[in-house]
Each structure stands twice: as structure tokens, then as C-alpha cells.
Design a protein around this ligand. Structure first.
Ligand SMILES: Nc1ncnc2c1ncn2[C@@H]1O[C@H](COP(=O)(O)OP(=O)(O)OP(=O)(O)O)[C@@H](O)[C@H]1O
Length: 239
């Protein structure tokens, strides 16, 4: 069974074609990076995977279940691109609120809150109101919320934007650990150094899948030294 299947997915917003016949699978226990320029359809693709947007053609499955399927969403931690947080509440109150929504009870909730606060380096800021958080702190709190239910699958839309390099490294270390525990992780990113940390890459350009595989496979196939150059080479080939 694949962790996630994207089968011949196309999507238009009005007359604008955003994704065209995207087809790939994601296996359990891998970190997959969805990479592409701004506006190329990464967030839309993630929303289609989760069943949050309607498809024009194709279908998506998570754990073999056709999406949308609420029973599957319990297994998925989703971090959206824009932070959906309660500014008037403290970080801890936000975590408690979302933890309860996930069905976590007292002791388990406390344990998870301690763990996610440590991973995202927010422990000392948890009693502050979120309205006083910086952009990076809000990103980290959103990541902490996605990690709360200890999901099998993590889908993270630009999780490290605005996060400083040291903590970024810490977060990637944690994502690697989670992958090693058998979790499946999907991240979107613009950062090429982050792309290199992924086990597999999905390269999108102008709403099309232009390359799929490991970074080494891609640079080897196009005979170029970097992923940036894969973009140029693959984009050029497409046109
Ligand atoms: N709900 C919507 N209605 C109309 N157009 C939309 C909608 N959502 C996205 N789009 C358009 O679809 C295209 C792809 O957007 P999307 O957010 O998926 O790109 P992205 O690759 O995630 O970009 P970024 O890296 O800047 O976040 C853009 O042109 C965007 O304006």
C-alpha cells in the first residue's frame, strides 16, 4: 500500500490551469519534497491530496482511502502555509485547544505538549500570547500543532519559512528521526538545501511534474551539478 497516491490530477481555477495530469506515489517512511517556483501549484497539490480542494480530473488517496475521507484525516498532521492560530490565547492554550480537538487527554496531552514545544524550541515562550509572537515563532507553533497527535503522515507547507538556520537544522533532525520511526513526511519548500535533505523530490513547474526521484537521480539524468540546474534543464526540455 502506498502512503499517498496522486493519480492523474488536474486542477483549474476558472480558466487558469494550475495543475496538469500530476501522477506519482509516496511510500511509507520517506520524506518527499515538493519543489517549485512560487505560484506553480505546490499548495494546491497538497490541498488536493488532503481532499480540501475539489479535483477536475484524477483522484488522490491516503492510506488507500479515496480522499476526502475524515477517518483518514486523524492519521495526518497538516501544517498550512498561513498560520491558523488564536492570537488572543497563549502558545500553551493553543496547543491545549488543538490537542483536545485531536482527542488527547490530560496526561497524554501534557506529554505531547512538552515534546512538541521542545522540538520547536518554544518551551520558554508557551505562556506568551500568540499575538506577540514573531512570524517564525508562529510557524514553529503551527508545526508543533501538526506534530501534536503523533500522526503517521505529516504534510507540511513551507514549515521552515522565517525559522532561523540553527532551529531549521533541529527541525530537519527531528523530521529525519520521525521518518526513521516510519512516518511519512511531505514538505513543500523553495530552499534548495532543504530539497537535498529529502529522500525523493517532486519537481513542479508551470503546474506540470517535470521530474521525480532522488536528487542524485535527477542531477544524474540531466547531467547537471545542482537541483536548480535540473529545473533549467527539465524546463528547457519541456518547452
Ligand atoms: N482558491 C483559489 N482561487 C483562484 N486561484 C487560486 C486559488 N488558489 C490558488 N490559486 C492560484 O493557483 C496558482 C498556484 O497557487 P499555489 O498557492 O498552489 O502555488 P504555490 O506553488 O504553493 O506558490 P507559493 O510557493 O508562492 O506558495 C496561483 O496562480 C494562485 O494564484
Amino acid at each position: 500500500m502506498h502512503a499517498i497516491e496522486v493519480q492523474h490530477v488536474s486542477k483549474k481555477f476558472k480558466q487558469q490551469s494550475v495543475l496538469e495530469d500530476i501522477h506519482f506515489t509516496i511510500e511509507t517512511g520517506e520524506i518527499v519534497g515538493i519543489i517549485g517556483p512560487s505560484g506553480t501549484g505546490k499548495t494546491t497539490l497538497i490541498k488536493l491530496m488532503l481532499g480540501m480542494e475539489s479535483l477536475d480530473t484524477g483522484r488522490t488517496k491516503i492510506c488507500d482511502q479515496l480522499m476526502p475521507d475524515f477517518s483518514v484525516l486523524g492519521k495526518v498532521g497538516y501544517m498550512a502555509q498561513s498560520d491558523a492560530l488564536y492570537g488572543e490565547l497563549t502558545g500553551k492554550e493553543n496547543l491545549a485547544f488543538f490537542g483536545k480537538l485531536y482527542g488527547l487527554k490530560k496526561e497524554a496531552l501534557q506529554q505531547r505538549v512538552d515534546y512538541v514545544a521542545q522540538v520547536t524550541n518554544l518551551a520558554k515562550d508557551l505562556s506568551k500570547r500568540v499575538s506577540s509572537y514573531s512570524g517564525g515563532m508562529k510557524r514553529r507553533l503551527s508545526l508543533a500543532i501538526a506534530l501534536l497527535p503523533n500522526p503517521d503522515i505529516l504534510i507540511l507547507d513551507e514549515p521552515t519559512v522565517g525559522v532561523d538556520p540553527i532551529l531549521r537544522q533541529g527541525i530537519w533532525h527531528e523530521l529525519n528521526d520521525l521518518r526513521d520511526q516510519g512516518k511519512t513526511i511531505v514538505v513543500t519548500t523553495h530552499a534548495m538545501d532543504e530539497a537535498l535533505r529529502c529522500d525523493k523530490l517532486v519537481l513542479l513547474n508551470h503546474g506540470r511534474l517535470i521530474a521525480l526521484g532522488t536528487a542524485e537521480e535527477m542531477t544524474g539524468k540531466f547531467n547537471v551539478p545542482t537541483i536548480e540546474e535540473v529545473f533549467l534543464a527539465a524546463g528547457g526540455e519541456e518547452e
